[in-house]
Design a protein around this ligand. Structure first.
Ligand code: FES
Length: 146
């Protein structure tokens, strides 16, 4: 793809985020933030009996690339196991968004997937105790309503 096509792809995800919103009763609710800029993303995941992503949504407030990256990753992980998410490489995400376009903004591009990986990593130990993984959602919701 040409550089402009990558930019159009990113803008489309930013302007029409896929799977945007909250899940009512998620198994996993995790927040991620980029301390350098204060941008935040919240991932909501429903997990099935085989530890696969059954449903996923996200909310957030951030730059174009971070929100597009979060939107993109929600499309990619449906049906994947939490282990597969943990092991997921960054390269395909960077490639999909255009290496040239995002190479100086890698923390933005990976904010969504990193947040999700954190949840995938922590959830099994909570689940073993019969618990969900629910983090406070103060940041994201506070910022979204501004
Ligand atoms: Fe904050 Fe991109 S500038 S995540």
């Amino acid at each position: 793809m040409e550089r402009q096509e990558y930019i159009d792809f990113i803008l489309d995800h930013y302007n029409n985020p896929r799977n945007y919103g909250a899940l009512e009763d998620p198994d996993i609710l995790v927040n991620g933030g980029n301390p350098g800029c204060g941008d935040v993303v919240t991932m909501y995941v429903q997990v099935d009996a085989e530890n696969r992503v059954d449903e996923i949504k996200f909310e957030g407030k951030g730059c174009t690339i971070s929100m597009a990256g979060a939107s993109l990753i929600t499309e990619w992980v449906k049906g994947k196991t939490l282990q597969e998410i943990e092991e997921m490489a960054y390269a395909p995400i960077i490639d999909q968004m255009g290496q040239d376009v995002v190479k100086s903004r890698l923390r933005c591009a990976t904010l969504g997937v990193d947040t999700l990986k954190g949840g995938a990593r922590e959830y099994p130990s909570r689940h073993a105790l019969g618990q969900k993984l629910i983090q406070p959602i103060v940041l994201a919701h506070t910022l979204i309503t501004q």
